[in-house]
Structure formats: C-alpha cells, structure tokens
Design a protein around this ligand. Structure first.
Ligand SMILES: [Zn+2]
Length: 80
C-alpha cells in the first residue's frame, strides 16, 4: 500500500465484543496538524505495549499489541 492507494479517512471496525464502532490506535509522536488529517483515530502515545485478551472464539489467552479501541464508554475494549 502506498500513499496513492491509502484511504484518507481510516476505516473503522466493529468491536468484536459489543459491536460498537472501534477506532484505529496510532502510536508515535504525531503533530497536531497531522492529527487533523486522520479523524477517528486514537492516539495512544509514543510507546507500544502489549495487552492480554481472551479470544472470544477459542477462549484462549492471547498477547498482542492492540490495533483498535472500542469507542463505547461501557466497553473501551482494545483489540487486534
Ligand atoms: Zn466494545
């Protein structure tokens, strides 16, 4: 994927738990001007972390770096 094919507005995804809209997590130092060009993105800071989750389908524990954050106030699930 290059700059010409990348969509300007990041796509949202459906939370696997509650079905609410989830936004992409973005890591790194991002200037305020640049943030305006990518709405519906959660800026999580300049560090990458791992989180634990249980796979809803298999019930197994998994570790990974979250890519998405549910925007429901009741859920806020981070997932990948
Ligand atoms: Zn959710």
């Amino acid at each position: 994927m290059n700059a010409n094919t990348r969509p300007k507005v990041p796509q949202t995804r459906e939370c696997p738990v509650c079905g609410s809209e989830s936004w992409r997590l973005d890591f790194g130092m991002i200037m305020p001007d640049a943030r305006k060009t990518v709405p519906k993105t959660v800026f999580a800071g300049c560090f990458v972390f791992e989180e634990e989750r249980f796979n809803p389908k298999t019930g197994q524990r998994e570790f990974g770096g979250p890519q998405w954050e549910c925007q429901s106030e009741d859920c806020r699930r981070r997932w990948w």
